[in-house]
Design a protein. Structure first.
Length: 81
């Protein structure tokens, strides 16, 4: 399942995002989206988890929780169009 995470702290990295979600199961990938021009975080990212039940547990537990000083939004990612 692909998970969308918004309102990340500017300092959040893919590694810290991976560590957060690994508390709920196996993480296939974790990335924070960066602005190509400035190199700064766009303050959102994606985590891929292959086990849907683990992913749903992570979404329920982490949505609107505090992570690195920001209240994050966590939900199922919309498929690419």
């Amino acid at each position: 399942m692909n998970i969308f995470i918004a309102k990340l702290a500017a300092r959040t990295t893919g590694d810290s995002l991976r560590s957060l979600f690994e508390q709920y199961g196996s993480v296939d990938s974790a990335k924070v989206i960066m602005d190509r021009e400035t190199g700064n975080s766009k303050r959102y990212g994606f985590v891929e988890m292959s086990d849907d039940s683990e992913a749903k547990s992570a979404i329920e537990a982490l949505n609107e929780s505090d992570f690195e000083g920001s209240t994050i939004v966590v939900k199922v990612a919309n498929p690419k169009r």
